[in-house]
Ligand binder design. Structure first.
Ligand code: 13P
Length: 254
């Protein structure tokens, strides 16, 4: 059975104290998570070691990084290597978020390298894809997302795909309050699963978790998560408040 996952992407929000308070508030009211359910928290790099220690001993809750560098080590001032994340107790790394693609010029080829770095350092990957509004308006979203997947993760083996989660985040829904409706989400998620199936086989495709991201909140999470191919969510704004994030976690556990 594939995993259900609710992941918090804090982006560039919350200092050490604020992040620590949020994690402890979440832990206080966390529902029991079934074996196939996970919660991920992706704080800024500087909070990572403290969140790792806060979560030690908390079942099924893992720390994710928001990025890693595509090289193993070296003269890349300001950057963090996948091996360092792994050594710090990080379990997942988000790769290919649209904000990284847009503001830091991360190409599909670079994201393939980052994926390799992550996997070779025993990190699991949350690989993000999703189209901008003009592509959706032209009804080209399926080809656009397939190309992102092909160029960044099609070189992996079926076995490596066991360590990859896909997150579909339509750019027009991120931080806009405009969520994909359930039909749009389900259509794209089933398309992504078909793309994975054609390359890696039905077994890999069926066991890959595909998360939805983009203005997901407690009031819409349940209906999105009820879609057959939606296996959870990648949450931005609503992950910054314990009550809202917990509401989304509860929606997963229903
Ligand atoms: P919002 O939930 O704020 O729309 O952000 C989604 C996102 O980008 C998560 O990675």
């Amino acid at each position: 059975m594939r995993k259900k996952i609710v992941a918090a992407n804090w982006k560039m929000n919350l200092n050490l104290t604020e992040g620590g308070n949020l994690v402890s508030d979440i832990c206080k009211s966390l529902p029991i998570l079934a074996e196939n359910m996970q919660v991920l928290i992706a704080p800024p790099y500087i909070n990572i070691t403290s969140v790792v220690s806060q979560l030690s001993g908390v079942s099924n809750v893992f720390v994710a990084a928001q990025n890693c560098h595509q090289e193993a080590s070296g003269a890349y001032t300001g950057e963090v290597a996948a091996s360092m994340l792994s050594a710090a107790g990080v379990t997942y790394v988000i790769i290919g978020h649209s904000e990284r693609r847009q503001y830091f010029a991360e190409s599909n080829a670079m994201l393939a390298q980052k994926t390799d770095q992550a996997l070779s350092n025993n990190l699991k990957v949350v690989f993000c894809c999703g189209e901008p509004l003009e592509v959706r308006d032209a009804n080209n979203q399926n080809a656009y997302v397939a190309q992102q997947i092909e160029e960044s993760i099609f070189h992996l083996t079926a076995e490596q795909m066991n360590s990859v989660v896909v997150a579909y985040e339509p750019i027009w829904a991120i931080g806009t309050g405009r969520t994909a409706n359930t039909a749009q989400a389900q259509d794209m998620h089933s398309h992504i699963r078909a793309v994975l199936s054609a390359k890696f086989g039905a077994e890999v495709a069926d066991s890959t978790s595909i998360l939805y991201g983009g203005s997901c909140k407690p009031s819409n999470a349940a209906e999105l998560f009820a879609c057959q191919d939606v296996d959870g969510g990648l949450i931005g704004g609503a992950s910054l408040k314990a009550e809202e994030f917990l509401g989304i976690i509860y929606a997963m556990t229903k």
